[in-house]
Design a protein around this ligand. Structure first.
Ligand code: AHR
Length: 497
């Protein structure tokens, strides 16, 4: 089976915003407690943060971490999580029916993000609370000194402001499951008023308005149109959320789900630009895909969970090899829209639908999806290129004309490297790729990394490092043409310098 690509350094989509390799830590399950934070653990640092987890997060080069939710944020009082730990209240978290101890809050989380070299993407509560709590939190985090909340932060031991740049105006406010769920008009109004005053406190911040919780919501995409009609002048991004699962065990259809993601992105771009036209605005609203992943393995188990415990093992999806292929395709899809998708958060980062898992008092380990995420984050920086691709196609239950080859390329002009990411969706055959790279004169292949496995359901849980990449791919350059064999059902990273 043959596929062709043409890659030219002048065919540019746009500069990749590194924040598309962001992730997410919610006060949910074992993400915070017994995840990033386990004070009794032998790898814990002086603050109780696990150093082994910090190392893995650093290896992923995660630039931005969304916090503290998620559904959790819609019932959260940020004041509960600051000040002396012993004085912090225990609360019922109604979103996940657990008990929140508030041992970790804003300041500790900022400390943790400093340790992993990431920025915080802070969400405010627009469910049970509103503009007052939101502006106070901006003041607490970002104002230098001389006001009630900035001085309160200083009294808590944080003299320097946290300078948090990116803020989410609530979470999934279109969903009936959300605490304080709203209609698009109700949300549009409160988001506008919160945005206004948050920017009055700190005009340097950027704001994300809530889009639909997924593409199947009954209010999609009217929700986005209405919300942006209200918020357009006050926000910078509109959010997208989407999770997939192989519910019918239909591999061809499962691996094609990223086409749905592509369609979702295109629709939101069109909707945002429609409101731009309606308002005769010069401003462009970009996209923040701030929750994306595979999530379905743990849903049944979670229904049996005992309520009101502390840090129960919720949403602990164990990812298999086929999930890693879809995650690879989702990353490729976002790179293809690098001109408009400026922020994205793999949901989530540790234990909860996560690339990194921890055993209590035990080791931290990498799930299958860790690898495509790491490859994209580490090698996918620079300029996204508009690649011409021709590939044989197939039809699946929900999609037609699904290309077997899903691929894109990134040109790092500074370091003069070219990286091709590609998924072969074919279930029995290798793809023989011919790629015209004449504009990259003198470039040669330094590495062809492949993630492949004969067992689509293989995981890293029982046998650690069962699904890991190798770099024995055979890609090479011959007379301005890159030739490569992409094995059946594989994730490929071809690096050239
Ligand atoms: O990431 C898990 C949950 O998924 C989040 O809390 C919520 O925003 C979404 O429904």
């Amino acid at each position: 089976l043959k596929a062709k690509m043409t890659i030219d350094k002048d065919y540019k989509i746009g500069q990749i915003d590194n924040r598309i390799y962001g992730s997410f830590i919610e006060h949910l399950g074992r993400a915070v407690y017994d995840g990033i934070y386990e004070p009794g653990h032998s790898a814990a640092d002086e603050q109780g943060f696990r150093k082994d987890v910090i190392e893995m997060v650093k290896e992923l080069k995660v630039p931005l971490v969304r916090y503290p939710g998620g559904n959790f944020v819609s019932g959260y009082n940020w004041e509960d999580g600051v000040g002396p730990v012993n004085d912090r209240p225990k609360r019922l978290d109604l979103a996940w029916k657990t008990t929140e101890t508030n041992e970790i809050g804003t300041n500790e989380f900022v400390d943790w993000t400093n340790k992993v070299n990431a920025e915080v993407n802070m969400a405010v509560n627009l469910g049970t609370r509103g503009i007052d709590a939101a502006r106070n939190l901006v003041e607490y985090c970002n104002h230098t000194s001389g006001s009630y909340y900035s001085d309160l932060r200083i009294s808590h031991g944080y003299k320097e402001p946290h300078k948090i740049k990116t803020w989410c105006l609530g979470n999934e406010m279109d969903g009936p499951w959300q605490i304080g769920h709203k209609t698009a008009i109700e949300y549009g109004r409160i988001a506008t008023e919160a945005a206004k005053v948050m920017k009055w406190v700190d005009p340097t911040i950027e704001l994300v308005a809530c889009g639909s919780s997924n593409r199947n919501m009954p209010t999609f995409p009217e929700w986005e149109a209405t919300v942006l009609d209200h918020t357009y002048d006050h926000v910078d991004y509109i959010s997208l959320h989407q999770y997939y699962g192989n519910h019918d065990n239909d591999l061809g259809n499962y691996l094609a789900q990223s086409m749905g993601m592509d369609d979702f992105i295109r629709t939101i771009i069109s909707t945002a630009d429609y409101i731009k036209a309606k308002k005769r605005s010069k401003k462009t609203i970009n996209l923040s895909f701030d929750e994306w992943n595979v999530w379905y393995h743990s849903r049944e188990a979670d229904k049996q969970m005992e309520p009101w415990t502390v840090a129960p093992p919720l949403l602990e999806d164990i990812y298999n090899f086929e999930d890693a292929l879809l995650v690879g395709s989702m990353l490729i899809t976002m790179l293809k829209h690098a001109d408009r998708v400026k922020i994205a958060c793999l949901a989530q980062l540790v234990n909860v639908i996560a690339p990194i898992m921890t055993d209590k008092n035990g080791e931290a380990w990498k799930q299958t999806i860790y690898y495509p995420y790491m490859h994209a984050s580490v090698y996918g920086r620079g300029t996204a290129l508009n690649v011409l691709t021709s590939s044989p196609k197939y039809d699946s239950k929900d999609f037609t004309d699904v290309p077997y080859l899903d691929s894109t390329a990134v040109y790092d002009e500074e370091n003069e490297t070219l990286t091709i990411f590609g998924v072969n969706r074919h279930q029995t055959d290798s793809l023989l790729l011919d790629c015209d790279i004449r504009s990259f004169e003198g470039y040669r292949v330094v590495e062809h990394i492949i993630l492949e496995n004969d067992d689509m359901k293989a995981t890293n849980k029982q046998i650690r490092n069962n699904v890991i990449p190798h770099n024995n791919g055979t890609a090479e350059v011959k007379d301005g043409t890159l030739v490569a064999k992409l094995p059946k059902l594989s994730w490929n990273v071809i690096r050239l310098i």
